[in-house]
Write a protein that binds this ligand. Structure first.
Ligand code: ADP
Ligand code: MG
Length: 665
């Protein structure tokens, strides 16, 4: 039953199933594993004189002194008391003549149940805009509130969960016996997370399920990671020496240290699993190139996987420039290539006629075979899932180098990346000047765009970035696109402007290419420009609604400008500036250290919001919060490691292995 589609639940037809699909729920099991986002506390019904200011409470009593008056165009204020002891106010929109709907409903009721936050008032405690029931709420205890979609009510979701819970018997405990005792049993945890008996039970249920998520995540991450013997690459020879000699600059100390670590890892027979963290422009690509030359010098092949086709194109050009003079054969493999071209590349790879291949997911399809893949490089790793990484590693038994431009605090990186060794490049190459960053009041928006035009007249280029937190959010997208078009037609009408956003598909790459070739002066974009773009002629960046971005993301964005000879300048336009968001933006304005900024982001934004982490942690965790649940993450990582060292293939744990196969890695 649990694996059946949601339509097997009572009252779910094709339409509801469609809406549930929008929430990511397709099977009965999904319904069971989609947890409440919050609860209403209906455990106790208080009398008006029993309320405690500061808490959310359910209170019952006679409704007295009810009155309604208009306060502005179309708005009404309704006031009353509960038994003369608890003040109640509601604000309602009501344009038509006569009393509002809520007022009429209240007028008919003699007694009501109100639910909301109780605050200290001038005479009595008060509640503002509480929910109001004219009959006692059916649900007692903690009432789950689920994420909803159009056409679905919370009550329906409650009923479906109840129906799904009837088949809980099918679900097996998946934790190994030695861990079961430490946490709540699985079925009980599921029951309690949906319908907790009290807050203590909720916390125990949540703890168990969060542990389970982390544990499965880490088993997936660590399983089979260092089991096999790896490749021992040769010590640096003549080819590597030539590569290093032809570099047009002196390596920074951090780069030298990174090359040293990669050299050691690659020469050892133990498989290399190394993450290189360093912000945009810190010179990570040299490390990748070095590894590639070293692999080829040892007779191996190299695959470099990047998240988008634009990046693949940029990277292949770059590697051709740096590696082909050394006689290294570099090729591209992306989905946009013609079938026949792809086929040619695949054949050449299988024959060993290509040394280095750069591509997107096209690199890991079943059709691709390598003659002798000894080094896999994954750029911007947070865009890839653990399974994709594993698929690449399955194409041989290569060493792995992961490059990430989103520095995250080391403690978090250690636990999140599991078994990877970490190299940090903190130093920027000497010629890189910090981007001059200015916080601008929206009153001066027009001035900012005049400034942009003045730089455009000098032949320079600019980015304008609009926030779009959720690229899939339709409403948001429409609003953003509208604003972008207005800017294009209005303040920037004198420039050649291109516009890209996440839902444009291939057309986006053409616009970007045109910008890269200098055929456009300004690129207005949603955050799709974030990853790895390199247009050295771009010097100005304007970030609209900067307060809506994460700090790490802002820092990454501004790293796009000033990559050439001229220094970059970045304007942060903030329309809704609370003291907190000002403090946050000040961090970015003052500091240019991506690692420091990431740490501050964590401190200032608090749990769950760390950008970059949230971005790629999201699909793995339904309940867990990477900062709040740090301790559980640590425990789960250790437990996973201990278990795998005893039983690398989980042969003694079929339930666990089965569960892991279902887990979205
Ligand atoms: P990342 O991959 O970390 O974003 P890149 O490797 O693309 O950074 O380096 C950014 C730019 O800086 C490139 O143009 C590169 O040639 C240059 N660069 C890298 N290392 C140095 C260095 N040590 N000194 C001077 N320029 C450097
Ligand atoms: Mg890069």
């Amino acid at each position: 039953m649990l694996n059946r589609p949601v339509t097997s639940l009572p009252g779910v037809g094709v339409k509801k199933a469609q809406a549930l699909k929008g929430l990511g729920l397709q099977t009965v099991r999904d319904v069971l594993f989609s947890f409440p986002r919050t609860y209403k506390d209906f455990q106790a019904v208080l009398e008006p004189e029993e309320v405690q200011p500061g808490a959310v409470q359910l209170v019952h009593g006679p409704l007295l002194q009810l009155r309604e008056r208009p306060i502005s165009q179309g708005r009404r204020l309704i006031q009353a008391t509960l038994g003369g002891q608890l003040g109640l106010t509601w604000f309602v929109h009501h344009r038509a003549p006569g009393p509002s709907f809520l007022y009429r409903k209240l007028q008919r009721a003699r007694e009501v149940w109100v639910y909301g936050l109780v605050k200290e008032g001038t005479l009595f405690p008060e509640m503002t805009s509480p929910e109001v029931y004219t009959r006692p709420p059916e649900h007692r205890g903690l009432m789950p509130i689920y994420p909803l979609a159009a056409g679905i009510t919370n009550n329906q979701r409650v009923n479906w969960v109840r129906a799904a819970l009837r088949h809980l018997g099918e679900l097996k405990e998946c934790l190994p016996p030695e861990l079961v005792g430490r946490y709540l049993e699985r079925r009980e945890a599921l029951r309690q997370i949906h319908f907790p008996s009290d807050w203590a039970s909720y916390h125990r249920a949540r703890e168990r399920l969060v542990f389970e998520e982390f544990f499965l995540f880490h088993l997936g991450l660590q399983r089979g990671q260092r089991q096999r013997e790896g490749i021992a690459h040769q010590k640096d020879g003549e080819l590597v020496a030539r590569f290093l000699q032809q570099l047009p600059f002196e390596l920074t100390a951090d780069q030298k240290a990174a090359l040293g670590q990669v050299a050691r890892d690659m020469e050892e027979p133990r498989p290399m699993r190394r993450l290189v963290q360093g912000e945009v422009g810190s010179g990570k690509t040299i490390v990748a190139e070095y590894g590639a030359v070293k692999a080829v010098a040892s007779g191996g092949q190299v695959a470099m996987m990047v998240p988008t086709e634009v990046l693949a194109l940029q990277m292949v050009e770059r590697l051709r420039r740096s590696l082909e003079p050394l006689g290294i054969r570099v090729e591209l493999l992306i989905g946009a290539m013609k079938g026949k071209e792809q086929e040619q590349v695949r054949v050449a790879l299988a024959r060993g006629e290509i040394d280095v291949v750069v591509g997107t997911h096209a690199l890991i399809t079943d059709k691709v075979e390598y003659k002798n893949l000894t080094l896999a490089i994954v750029d911007e790793q947070h865009r890839f899932g653990v399974r994709q990484r594993a698929a690449l590693l399955g194409k041989g038994n290569p060493d792995l180098l992961v490059m990430s431009a989103t520095p995250i605090p080391r403690s978090l990186a250690l636990t999140m990346y599991g078994d990877l060794d970490i190299t940090e490049i903190r130093q920027l190459p000497a010629h890189r000047q910090p981007v001059d960053t200015r916080l601008i009041h929206p009153d001066r928006r027009a001035d900012v765009y005049r400034y942009v035009l003045s730089r455009v007249k000098k032949g320079e280029q600019a980015y304008v970035v609009f926030p779009l937190v959720e690229e899939s959010e339709h409403v948001d997208l429409k609003a953003a696109v509208q604003e972008m078009e207005e800017l294009q037609r209005g303040l920037l009408s004198q420039a050649r402007v291109g516009l890209i956003h996440g839902q444009m598909g291939r057309a986006k790459e053409e616009v970007f290419q045109a910008f890269a070739r200098g055929e456009l002066d300004v690129l207005i974009a949603t955050t799709v420009v974030e990853v790895g773009m390199n247009v050295p002629n771009a010097t100005v960046m304007v970030i609209e609604n900067a307060e809506r971005f994460g700090l790490a993301q802002l820092h990454q964005l501004r790293g796009r400008v000033g990559r050439g000879k001229k220094p970059g300048i970045c304007f942060l336009l903030a329309y809704n500036l609370s003291p907190q968001s000002r403090a946050r933006l000040e961090v970015v304005r003052r500091s240019n250290d991506g690692f420091f900024i990431a740490e501050q982001d964590l401190l200032l934004r608090g749990p769950g919001d760390l950008l970059g982490v949230r971005q790629w942690g999201q699909p793995y965790f339904r309940l867990a919060d990477l900062t709040r649940d740090k301790d559980l993450l640590q425990q789960a990582a250790e437990a996973a490691k201990a278990l795998l060292s005893r039983d690398p293939h989980l042969e003694g744990y079929p339930e666990l292995a089965a569960e892991l196969d279902q887990y979205p890695l």
